[in-house]
Design a protein around this ligand. Sequence first.
Ligand SMILES: O=C(O)C(=O)C[C@]1(C(=O)O)C=C[C@@H](O)C=C1
Length: 130
Amino acid sequence: MTMTQNSEPSEPFDARASSLNDVDPAVFEELLRMRGTIDNIDAALVHMLAERFQATQRVGLLKAQYQLPPGDPHREAAQIDRLRRLAESARLDPEFAEKFLNFIISEVIRHHERIAEDHNRDREATGGNE
Ligand SMILES: O=C(O)C(=O)C[C@]1(C(=O)O)C=C[C@@H](O)C=C1
């Protein structure tokens, strides 16, 4: 898969798409203003997650090169503890924050495992040299 950085999707986005019927037009406009904020936040989330995964790909390569395990449970415990406290002070449900981080990390570990498999296959193919 090729990725182009910072490119906007070519398909237009219908910000007015809705299944709601019989809504007072003024109420619908108010709803659209709120949805505009949601759309901006969702776009920021996608960009931030893309940056995070680019960083973890580099970690995955480093771990594969030095034969380090994909997961680091002590690091994860510290991250979860920190994120739960951040969530509390931001009035976000800490359970949700923990689940969200665990969801992302499990995907990262899957990527790390794949990177390590590819790396080991390449090393075997080149006779054990880097
Ligand atoms: O920091 C690492 O060692 C990573 O591999 C990154 C990361 C993460 O996504 O934050 C993923 C897996 C580890 O268990 C811990 C943290």
